[in-house]
Design a protein around this ligand. Sequence first.
Ligand SMILES: *[C@@H]1O[C@H](CO)[C@@H](O)[C@H](O)[C@H]1NC(C)=O
Ligand SMILES: *[C@@H]1O[C@H](CO)[C@@H](O)[C@H](O)[C@H]1NC(C)=O
Ligand SMILES: *[C@@H]1O[C@H](CO)[C@@H](O)[C@H](O)[C@H]1NC(C)=O
Length: 500
Amino acid sequence: MRCRRVACLLLCMFGACSASKPNFVVLFADDLGFGDLGCYGHPSSLTPNLDRLAAAGLRFTDFYSTSPVCSPSRASLLTGRYQTRSGIYPGVFYPGSIGGLPLNETTIAEMLKSQGYATAIMGKWHLGYGDKGKFLPTKQGFDEYLGIPYSHDQGPCQNLTCFPPDIKCFGFCDIGTVTVPLVHNENIKQQPVNFLELEKAYSDFGTSFITNSAKNKKPFFLYYPSHHTHYPQYAGSGAAGRSLRGPFGDSLLELDDTVGNLMSTLEKTGEINNTLVFFASDNGPELMRMSRGGNSGLLKCGKGTTYEGGMREPAIAYWQGVIKPGVTHEMASTLDVLPTIANLAGAALPPVTLDGFDMAEILFNHGKSKREVMMYYPIFLDEKYGLFALRLGKYKAHFYTEGAPHSATTPDQDCPGTAIFKTHDPPLIFDLEADPSERYPLPLNDRPDIQVVLEQIKNAKAQFEATMVFGESQISKGSDPNLEPCCNPGCSPKPTCCHC
Ligand SMILES: *[C@@H]1O[C@H](CO)[C@@H](O)[C@H](O)[C@H]1NC(C)=O
Ligand SMILES: *[C@@H]1O[C@H](CO)[C@@H](O)[C@H](O)[C@H]1NC(C)=O
Ligand SMILES: *[C@@H]1O[C@H](CO)[C@@H](O)[C@H](O)[C@H]1NC(C)=O
């Protein structure tokens, strides 16, 4: 047995002592809300494979990403650090972005490579492309990459057709840039990418990565940040029209099918008992897409906001024979994935300030979380304001609130972009156990107990912010159209000639 610390003893107790290091499969959905999966109560979603992982694994009710948008939340998942530290703010990367996740940040993949792991990523990177692809995943510890390096609406994809192919998808994309490329390692394999065959390409890539790693007796880490269910929705012929929920449901079903394929590959290769599968989502649903967007269930608002709907996510941990089935109400975060994996792989933690905690006690014992607080940073985070909200135990205080265009179209007037920036002094405070929908701010005047809680929250905030060192903003470095990925680099006129 080569793993270390408490988790190892626990693993032995559950009969999973083994001579080899465990494998990790991290599945990360895109803009998928708290209420979107069948196992989180959605009545018409079809997610049999994820539901099975939830039924036979541990389902989280209080799991958080660190941002209500993509790039920062991906940075935090891979580094175990708030996006402030790595400089992944404000907003998200664009195809021609000059910056990227700084190469001196240590990702889960780099940490595991030093332990002899094979590492691969398939899907949406969104942590920079940069000059000659200098910020691609292969520069951050991944041996192999197949995917689109950013969001698939960051290109002229408005002609993306759903199935059947003569029906136009809904809405608009970025029309001034190159068409969306499919990158293999550091090369553009296809531009524009064929969306309707993309999921099959991922499924095949993941299957062959797992199969080869098993054959070579190498422990492995597969990271699958899916494009589903980010706008615009698409699904190949295997999933299109099969869900009851329309284009969003089909797109989610296609993701779920891939999860099923990866699980059966783990079975076939005999790796199923030695693999931790972890599922979460990067941020809340894009409510502005109406019935073609996701759903935050009973949580308030969605993508782009620091209400619960923006950052509280579905999450599932599955490890056959090791994690007992159940539901946990403990607070946990994408930040906690790196420290947990470090423990299980026997890897040293990166020598930097980490914001995550090992989840072993939650996973293997249904025990207590080491996490007591969760910080909520807005999209356009600015050192001048810092945190918008903070959760301590079951209480959450909002110091600032603001709606977001991404969360438009629901009847709640606090959600859309027209809900302007507001300072709350005293902060709005909610009991998230009694009132998960953040509807009823607790009255401070006649509640001395809540005044005490508020003081604790203010202290936690002051302490955290006093020691926060903001990394140089990578996104403020701006964009250069010459850096947009082009399969035909010398061609003109750009961007239309980038077509291979
Ligand atoms: C990475 O390098 C930058 C620039 O030198 C530095 O400010 C930052 O602290 C470094 N980050 C890490 C994690 O070492
Ligand atoms: C989309 O389709 C329209 C009509 O078929 C065409 O004129 C336009 O150039 C297409 N746009 C892109 C970006 O492919
Ligand atoms: C996984 O563990 C179960 C229960 O111990 C066992 O029946 C099964 O054969 C194991 N599967 C593999 C592939 O080792």
